[in-house]
Write a protein that binds this ligand. Structure first.
Ligand SMILES: NC(=O)c1ccc[n+]([C@@H]2O[C@H](COP(=O)([O-])OP(=O)(O)OC[C@H]3O[C@@H](n4cnc5c(N)ncnc54)[C@H](O)[C@@H]3O)[C@@H](O)[C@H]2O)c1
Length: 218
């Protein structure tokens, strides 16, 4: 059976999410208390519902507990987002992902059981800052507070060496999961794979290990 998605709050973030799901051919229920927003996103969603998400009865009526994955994106309305998250978890929704607007909001959402807290402005700022400051780092995705995926450009230092020779996981504790060359992306590269200057190494690991590799290993 196909997964059911719902987006509560059709503002800047939620609206973009609904459109993206629509373009991917994914079925999505769209909810907002603003009639204009509901009318705008009706064409991009399976159902668009005019409702206040703090109303438990309406959430029950629209069958929210049968939805596998609900995104809550109610903007500056922190009270709404906290109460809505609580209701969704009480109603038994398995995955509730909530957009937070600041760190305090994020902490409360984590405490009340949000399965994932999204903080796009902060995450994007971090990615841009890391990219600008480091000449070697191409991109950066935080997986948790401790772990990340990074893309690092290979320098002269490791040019024309195999992964086995470099033994990065042994020396630094982080792993190369892919290598992007000019022509292709090699996923799960083998030990005899040769790295060339300019290749982009897609790496996963603890932030401390990745930083150490970036500073002295490449
Ligand atoms: N350019 C602008 O005019 C403008 C205005 C506001 C926000 N922003 C930016 O947009 C970002 C925020 O985007 P966002 O998508 O998180 O928020 P948003 O403010 O764009 O959208 C929130 C949506 O949630 C709905 N909503 C709120 N409470 C509700 C409830 N109880 N029940 C049902 N619907 C409810 C609102 O009607 C609105 O459509 C921020 O970066 C902010 O700086 C820009």
């Amino acid at each position: 059976m196909r997964k059911q998605f719902a987006v509560l709050g059709l503002g800047h973030f939620g609206g973009s999410l609904v459109k993206e799901f629509y373009e991917m051919g994914v079925e999505v229920l769209a909810v907002d208390k603003d009639e204009e927003k509901v009318n705008t996103y009706a064409q991009f969603s399976t159902h668009a519902v005019l409702a206040n998400t703090m109303d438990e009865n309406i959430l029950k009526q629209i069958g929210i507990k049968n939805v596998d994955h609900v995104f809550v994106s109610l903007g500056e309305n922190i009270e709404s987002s906290i109460l809505t998250t609580l209701l969704l978890k009480e109603l038994g929704v398995k995955q509730v992902w909530v957009k937070a607007i600041n760190t305090y909001h994020q902490k409360v959402l984590e405490k009340i059981g949000a399965d994932r807290v999204i903080h796009p402005e902060r995450d994007m700022a971090k990615r841009i800052a890391h990219h600008i400051v480091s000449e070697k780092l191409v991109d950066y995705i935080e997986l948790s507070k401790e772990y990340s995926i990074v893309e690092i450009i290979a320098s002269d230092k490791i040019h024309n060496k195999t992964l086995e020779e470099l033994s990065i996981s042994h020396k630094f504790g982080c792993n190369i999961v892919g290598i992007q060359t000019n022509e292709e992306i090699k996923i799960s590269p083998k030990p005899d794979e040769i790295i060339n200057k300019g290749d982009i190494l897609i790496m996963i690991g603890k932030n401390t290990d990745l930083t150490r590799f970036e500073e002295i290993g490449v």
